[in-house]
Design a protein around this ligand. Structure first.
Ligand SMILES: Nc1nc2c(c(=O)[nH]1)N[C@H]1C(S)=C(S)[C@@H](COP(=O)(O)OP(=O)(O)OC[C@H]3O[C@@H](n4cnc5c(=O)[nH]c(N)nc54)[C@H](O)[C@@H]3O)O[C@H]1N2
Ligand SMILES: Nc1nc2c(c(=O)[nH]1)N[C@H]1C(S)=C(S)[C@@H](COP(=O)(O)OP(=O)(O)OC[C@H]3O[C@@H](n4cnc5c(=O)[nH]c(N)nc54)[C@H](O)[C@@H]3O)O[C@H]1N2
Ligand code: SF4
Ligand SMILES: [Mo]
Length: 748
């Protein structure tokens, strides 16, 4: 047979780069980048190219299975798809009959079925659809959504920028959509742009930066506030943006920043006051062609929301929001450019502690159903009643805080989780705790429409299509859910009236010119009819000041007369869209936080209490992503494990010497006592000056106790000692806040 070139989209991480599979006789010969992808522009990273290993993994799950031994025993027998669907649908049908659909809880990880899972849970009537978000980037998304509301993610115009301030993003090797960012930043740097990175560790991004500024964990917000202090002190702010486009006066901004001197920031963060002064002047001078970028370094903390907010405000201060070379934004959800085909089920009206935890009122308002790290504690405490847990594309015992310890115990307990269905492609740690296992098709064997925030600032739609058929009896999740919905009852079937995944995608793709056929051939469609999203808040509304169908209030907010819908804001005698917030401005004050969470309504520095009371022997444990692996899921991919198959603990030479640690000799890390308990992990040191002396860092991805021969038994899993702890305002998991000591080694 001849060689075929089939475009699709990578999903070996969630960056979703456009990909072309070179296929012969039903086998993939090579995976390459698709040049039409506006973000990745034809580039793939090592993980993308290694995805062939995933498809051809000899240890894949090929058939539906049912547990025959005790839960956790790993004893399963093969069953037919018919049996599997009958058993699951009978159980789910009962939940609907008994009017307790909320006892179905769907837990999912970084899949990209983009709304299809929610279609299922909505049709079923359960609000309990919880994803990875609470573990991942919730604090950042909360901050952006609360402050500008148009989106929950920044898309800086890196290609045209002159100055990048990076707070805890590792976009040369991780970050969401990093190939598109890294290539643009590299180009900007070649054109003279400066990149400054704050990180506790010399990540590969820090190494590629003009400056690496190591700082004490959880202090990014304070450094940002001190930078703001200098900008205001030197009168370098953009007065017009602050006055016209934020909900506070310049005097209020000044008063707020006044106490955050560079000297104070130096005392707490360790970044020198002189450096802060320098960076502030450079950033303000480069504006509007200057931008910040953040990620989990800044926000995976108990004070993550406020850190993000403080960094975001730097952009408002210098007026680079939406500007060429500045901090831009464009929605990233494919459903915005391509709404799903109907009929769409209504959203469930019932709210539960899982979907709307009473301890997180601000999250419930801004980002409901996103604070997912509550799930296992709530199940254990009886706050959440579960009958069926349906786990998809998620490896909670590996990747969640306390995964190998507490999460595993909860999943093993049949009283707490009576029935557990797992849809996975590999023999992951969560599969061990399933009652029924369903074999999913991998991303190179299935259908999706997908997109990310476009770095060209023009929306696009991409197609994921099968480049080879799924092996054994593996099935696309869309086919599985269509079958289940049809088997449950007629009402559910009504919303899943599609023959199969392909028919659904064909319908969905009709919004793209040329439909699915265009995408099957090209892989990507870019909406060139849209102008680039510069200053979207200045977009005209089509109404003028005298339009009889609108009312303009004393704050200049324009509403439709009939339904009172806010349509825009008066600016320079026109009605423009503004930001999507309630008053159409950038929110420097968030009164609702005060009302709902009794927390400060301005972007303050919130010290993490135990961090600054560290005794001489205490250190901070942090965790990070590695360029050739994705979370726990790539650890069995042979080409990648040939490059990296271990994750020793980064430790500074001075610290190592203090404890008498020796190269490659394991030592034990112990957590600070909490609820009468210490937890410990034994790891190998990686002694390096490339880390802050008070910090330890262990990467994700390893410490598997199953998952296949390349993965099993390699490296360490720090999550056994990282506790479930949320930012009380943002709801995101505080991954980088663990206080630990080093147990004196036996040889000392
Ligand atoms: N220590 C530490 N822990 C972390 C992080 C960290 O930086 N350090 N990062 C956190 C972050 S940001 C996130 S988003 C979470 C992610 O956590 P998870 O979403 O749980 O991600 P993975 O660990 O990759 O688990 C993915 C699961 O999907 C399965 N899988 C792979 N391919 C397929 C497929 O085609 N179909 C199906 N159905 N399943 C498939 C894998 O076998 C595995 O069981 O982890 C968090 N955990
Ligand atoms: N290669 C690869 N790429 C990925 C993924 C992957 O698993 N592997 N996962 C995807 C997902 S789900 C996500 S969420 C993103 C995450 O993307 P990133 O957030 O960019 O990656 P992380 O490694 O989680 O964290 C970034 C950096 O934070 C640093 N850090 C820790 N504490 C602090 C602190 O207090 N302050 C500062 N300034 N830095 C600190 C760490 O050393 C690390 O270098 O990556 C996505 N892309
Ligand atoms: S960055 Fe992620 S999506 Fe892009 S090629 Fe690499 S693994 Fe695939
Ligand atoms: Mo993530």
């Amino acid at each position: 047979m001849t060689i075929q070139y089939i475009p699709t989209m990578c999903l070996n991480c969630s960056s979703v780069c456009g990909m072309i599979a070179k296929v012969k006789d039903g086998r993939i010969l090579k995976l390459e980048g698709n040049p039409l992808d506006p973000n990745s522009k034809g580039k793939l990273c090592a993980k993308g190219q290694a995805a062939i290993n995933m498809v051809e993994d000899p240890e894949r799950i090929l058939y539906p299975m049912k547990r025959i031994g005790p839960r956790g025993s790993g004893k399963f027998e093969r069953i037919s798809w018919e049996d599997a669907i009958d058993t699951i649908s009978a159980r789910l049908r009962m939940l609907r009959k008994e009017k307790c659909p909320e006892k179905l809880v769907l837990l999912y990880g970084r899949d990209r079925s983009n709304g299809f899972l929610e279609r299922f849970t909505n049709a079923f009537g359960t609000p309990n659809k919880l994803g990875h978000r609470g573990l991942c980037s919730l604090n950042k998304r909360m901050a952006i959504r609360a402050v500008i509301a148009d989106t929950d993610w920044e898309t800086p115009d890196f290609a045209n920028t002159s100055y990048i301030l990076n707070f805890g993003s590792n976009f040369y090797e991780a970050h969401q959509g990093h190939v598109g960012i890294m290539t643009r930043v590299a180009e900007a740097k070649r054109n003279g742009a400066k990149l400054v990175t704050f990180d506790v560790r010399l990540s590969n991004t820090a190494a590629q930066s003009d400056e690496w500024q190591p700082l004490f964990p959880g202090t990014d917000g304070l450094v940002a506030l001190a930078i703001g202090h200098v900008i205001l002190r030197e009168n370098l702010q953009d007065r017009e943006f602050i006055t016209d486009w934020t909900n506070a006066s310049l005097e209020e901004w000044r008063a707020h920043y006044q106490p955050y001197t560079p000297e104070y920031a130096e005392m707490i963060s360790g970044v020198s006051a002189k450096k802060i002064e320098e960076i502030a002047l450079e950033f303000a001078k480069a504006a509007p062609k200057a931008t910040t970028i953040t990620n989990r370094g800044a926000h995976a903390h108990e004070n993550g929301f406020y850190n993000e907010w403080a960094v975001l405000c730097l952009n408002a201060l210098v007026g680079n929001i939406g500007q060429k070379g500045g901090w831009c934004y464009i929605p990233g959800d494919v459903n915005v450019s391509a709404p799903q085909p109907g009929p769409l089920p209504p959203k469930p009206t019932v709210k539960t502690e899982l979907s709307h935890p009473s301890e997180l009122p601000f999250v419930n308002q801004v980002y409901p159903k996103a604070a997912s790290s509550t799930i296992f504690p709530y199940i254990a405490e009886g706050k959440a009643q579960v009958d069926t847990l349906f786990s998809y594309y998620v490896n909670a015992p590996m990747s969640w805080p306390e995964g190998p310890s507490f999460v595993r115990d909860v999943l093993m307990d049949e009283n707490l989780v009576p029935f557990h269905v797992v849809v996975d492609a590999f023999n992951s740690e969560i599969v061990e705790m399933a009652d029924i296992v369903l074999p999913d098709a991998t991303f190179l064997e299935k259908w999706d429409l997908d997109a990310r925030n476009s770095h060209e600032l023009q929306p696009y739609v991409g197609l994921r299509q099968p480049v080879v058929p799924p092996p054994g009896e593996c099935k696309d999740i869309r086919d599985i859910l269509i079958s289940l919905a049809k088997a449950i009852d007629e009402e559910m079937a009504h919303y899943f009236n599609f023959e199969d995944a392909k028919e659904f995608i064909t319908e969905w793709a009709k919004v793209v010119p040329g439909g699915v056929d265009h995408l099957i051939e090209k892989g990507i469609w870019v909406d060139k009819t849209k102008t680039k999203a510069f200053t979207p808040y200045l977009e005209k509304t089509g109404y003028d000041l005298n339009d009889p169908s609108i009312i303009i209030d004393e704050n200049g907010i324009a509403r439709l007369k009939g339904n009172q819908q806010v349509i825009g804001r008066v600016w320079k005698n026109q009605i423009v869209k503004g930001f999507a917030t309630h008053d159409r401005t950038f929110q420097f004050k968030l009164h609702t936080i005060g009302q709902l969470s009794h927390a400060p309504i301005l972007p303050v520095y919130r010290p993490i209490p135990h961090h600054h009371q560290l005794t001489e022997n205490e250190l901070m444990l942090t965790t990070f992503k590695w360029n050739v692996h994705t979370q726990s899921r790539t650890a069995n991919q042979a080409w990648l494990t040939e490059i990296v198959d271990d994750n020793p603990c980064w430790i500074h030479p001075e610290t190592a010497e203090r404890y008498g640690l020796k190269k490659d000799v394991e030592f034990t890390i112990v957590t600070k006592e909490q609820n009468g308990k210490h937890t410990r992990i034994t790891v190998k040191p990686f002694i390096t000056e490339a880390i802050h002396p008070r910090v330890l860092a262990i990467s994700a991805s390893f410490g598997h106790w199953q998952y296949g021969r390349n993965a099993k038994g390699k490296g360490y899993n720090p999550n056994s000692i990282i506790r479930t702890k949320m930012d009380p305002v943002g709801g995101g998991q505080a991954w980088n806040d663990t206080v630990v000591t080093i147990e004196r080694a036996a040889w000392n």
